[in-house]
Design a protein around this ligand. Structure first.
Ligand SMILES: [Cu+2]
Length: 296
């Protein structure tokens, strides 16, 4: 009787087994099942939600990206578990498997697939950004400007709270962000001191707040609702407390709120309008740059 080959136990189950075909078959099957399930049941769970047009756009983008990467994850999972099952060394001592040889077909396929995915996502991302800015700050000269009239609000960050200034309401200032529903809003984000970041989570808005910079971001509100505002840039000792809530309300309710705020604001307005040198608040009237002057 011939002596047993010590390598036999670690060799593939059979030389004639086409592992590549098996892996690809299992991968295609798993992808065909998992991809639509992920697209239908998981994608819409990704934040930020549907409280603004930009938020809905981000959910769509996230769903699409998740759908695109699902087959990639399936391939990794199939290959991992197939390898564990079929190529596990069971001999003692453990010996090397057969040497790997270059496979031009696999290399070309890999390069083509990854290039196509990355280039597609780059093109798609650029297209989506150009629609309306996707809720991101675009700096002082935005490229993606939605058409039609826009309601302007200036967002002024400082250590450690946000102040909202409404140029169309006589420069009214509030520490709560109220916005009318179903309205195109143009936010001008800036800072008085350190660097901050204005993050209105459910609206899908995030924009850097830097001193001396007018960072413009567009958002179209949907129905009434509440949203959270947080500073998203480490800005000092109380950064973690730099948050509050904002509201999207029906236009009639917004006007009621505005006139009530204007009455309250009238009492302190003279003080707010005083130059800083005369004891006025440092954020009185010369935010840089002033959107109310641009709006005319
Ligand atoms: Cu901050």
């Amino acid at each position: 009787m011939a002596a047993a080959d010590p390598n036999a136990a670690s060799a593939p189950p059979s030389d004639s087994t086409n592992h590549g075909q098996r892996v690809v078959g299992a991968w295609l099957l798993l992808s065909a099942i998992a991809t639509p399930l992920v697209a239908i049941f998981v994608g819409h769970l990704i934040p930020p939600g549907n409280d603004s047009t930009q938020g809905t756009g981000q959910v769509f983008d996230n769903t699409l990206m998740l759908t695109v990467i699902t087959p990639v994850i399936c391939l990794l999972a199939v290959f991992f578990f197939y390898g564990l099952r079929s190529f596990r060394a069971t001999s003692d001592p453990v010996v090397d498997g057969p040497p790997l040889r270059n496979d031009a077909r696999i290399q070309i396929l890999w390069i083509v697939c990854t290039s196509v995915i990355v280039l597609f996502l780059a093109g798609f991302g650029t297209y989506e950004l150009l629609q309306n800015g996707s809720g991101g700050g675009q700096g002082p000269n935005p490229i993606a400007v939605p058409g039609g009239p826009k309601f302007q609000v200036q967002v002024v960050a400082q250590q450690w709270e946000f102040t909202y200034r409404y140029p169309s309401l006589g420069g009214l200032e509030s520490n709560q962000l109220y916005l009318p529903a179903d309205t195109d809003v143009e936010l001008h984000v800036t800072s008085l001191d350190a660097i901050h970041s204005f993050w209105a989570y459910e609206l899908g808005v995030k924009a850097d707040a830097n001193p001396g910079v007018d960072n413009v971001v567009f958002v179209k509100t949907k129905g009434p609702g509440m949203f959270h505002v947080r500073c998203a840039e480490l800005c000092g000792l109380w950064h973690g407390y730099m948050f509050n809530n904002g509201r999207v309300v029906e236009p009639a309710q917004f006007h009621a709120w505005a006139s009530q705020q204007q009455k309250l604001y009238a009492a302190i307005k003279p003080f707010m309008d005083k130059p800083e040198a005369d004891g006025g608040a440092p954020y009185s009237k010369t935010y840089f740059p002033a959107p109310d002057r641009r709006a005319g």
